[in-house]
Design a protein around this ligand. Structure first.
Ligand SMILES: Cc1cc2nc3c(=O)[nH]c(=O)nc-3n(C[C@H](O)[C@H](O)[C@H](O)COP(=O)(O)OP(=O)(O)OC[C@H]3O[C@@H](n4cnc5c(N)ncnc54)[C@H](O)[C@@H]3O)c2cc1C
Length: 376
């Protein structure tokens, strides 16, 4: 089987936001970049809730923004509500399909060549076999999501995954800038449920759960008296993979498990990691430096926060409804809410967590939960 005479500098497998960002940045540096996407329409199907932190737009500029988010209600199984936030913009709701398309337009403008409806079927060393042809590249970037073929071709076991399901429903939001989060083992065991207004009359309601996510979401929809207009499911990585590089390939984004296990947010850590990928691939192609630098870079940049998120996620997979009720009650006071509003950052939850523990050392009692048997 011939893979042709042309050797591209870089082949990116997967035109999600992370692959497209890496493709655009590398094309900007003058490299010949080819991107393969299995779907015919970039951004579709979308499984994402589209709640993005402000940091994302510092990296990629304004893309797909629908409206800002300033406040959140966190609701315990008892019904007690912890209301956080103020007039500060904490993040944005985005039209995720438009966001991905805008990322693609930028990548193309920078000179990347995108092949849609061309699934990669096989990777062997530097050779790529797709549904439409055969190619070679000096570097292959696997940005092909949770079931990454590139990762499998490198013999790297995948991250641990959490099932998630989400619907769009009609709902009159009193306040479009406020999101709702439900916590509790009986509501979304091992994760949480969310309601995110996407317009004055439509919301995304979803949840992650260690098992039977759809059954749990159906129960919540009944309680809220909501009818699904569309349903999407997906998987959220809750751990990172052990290795993300070899002599000519790297994996980035969901493929590498670069997602915050506390929130399921993968776009910010994926983009930060893609910045490392761009630097390392550039040094590999221009100076022959090892791609190991990629792994060192992303672990330094976001790896610590991702590890803390996995630890915190481990705590709430061990919590009972009674624990959640007690925790929300303990946090629901002016002192703690002031700290959350001052230091809260969706992408760096550990920063506010340490401040709360310092101010309220009594809350450290919840860390004993770590010693309990894990529920999954
Ligand atoms: C229900 C749900 C809600 C979420 N909500 C949020 C949120 O609010 N905020 C947030 O930051 N994150 C959220 N996430 C996570 C976020 O969607 C991902 O972290 C992000 O999409 C990762 O981007 P990526 O480019 O790594 O992978 P993906 O977006 O999965 O893109 C991978 C691309 O690769 C393509 N592909 C795969 N295999 C092949 C192949 N063999 N050949 C060619 N193409 C291939 C796929 O079609 C896809 O387009 C959510 C996830 C889920 C499941």
């Amino acid at each position: 089987m011939s893979h042709g005479d042309t050797v591209h500098d870089i082949a990116v497998i997967g035109a999600g936001p992370i692959g497209l960002f890496a493709a655009g940045e590398l094309a900007k540096r003058g490299y010949d970049v080819i991107v393969f996407e299995e779907h015919p329409d970039i951004g579709n199907p979308s499984h994402c809730s589209g709640l993005f932190s402000t940091h994302i737009f510092e990296i990629v500029g304004n893309k797909g923004i629908a409206h800002p988010v300033k406040r959140a209600d966190i609701i315990a199984p008892s019904g007690e509500k912890l209301s956080i936030g103020d007039s500060t913009v904490r993040g944005y709701v985005v039209d995720r399909v438009e966001f991905d398309r805008a990322m693609a337009r930028t990548a193309v403008r920078e000179g990347a060549e995108i092949h849609v409806k061309e699934r990669t079927r096989k990777i062997h060393k530097n050779e790529i076999t797709t549904t439409l042809g055969e190619y070679r590249a000096r570097v292959i970037i696997g940005a092909d999501g949770v079931n990454s073929l590139v990762r499998k071709s490198m013999g790297i076991p995948g991250p641990k995954l959490m099932g998630a399901v989400q619907v769009i429903a009609e709902y009159e939001s009193e306040e479009i800038e406020r999101v709702k989060i439900w916590v509790g083992d009986s509501i979304a065991p091992g994760f949480f449920a969310w309601l995110i207004p996407i317009s004055d009359t439509l919301v995304k309601v979803g949840l992650g759960a260690r098992t039977r996510a759809w059954e749990h979401l159906t129960n919540l929809l009944k309680r809220l008296n909501l009818q699904p207009l569309s349903i999407h499911g997906g998987a959220i990585p809750i751990t990172q993979v052990e290795r993300t590089w070899d002599s000519s390939r790297i994996i980035v984004g969901d493929a590498a498990g670069q997602v915050k296990a506390t929130s399921g947010g993968g776009v910010y850590p994926g983009l930060r990691s893609a910045e490392c990928a761009v630097q390392s691939v550039h040094r590999f192609l221009s100076e022959g430096a090892s791609l190991r630098a990629y792994e060192q870079c992303w672990r330094k940049s976001v790896g610590k926060e991702l590890k803390i998120a996995t630890y915190l996620h481990g705590l709430y997979t061990r919590m009972t409804d009674a624990d959640f009720n007690a925790l929300i009650h303990d946090l629901n006071n002016d002192d703690v809410i002031r700290i959350i509003n001052k230091f809260g950052d969706i992408d760096y939850p550990s920063r506010v967590a340490w401040r709360i523990f310092r101010r309220k050392p009594g809350l450290l009692k919840y860390t004993h939960i770590a010693a309990r048997q894990k529920k999954f």
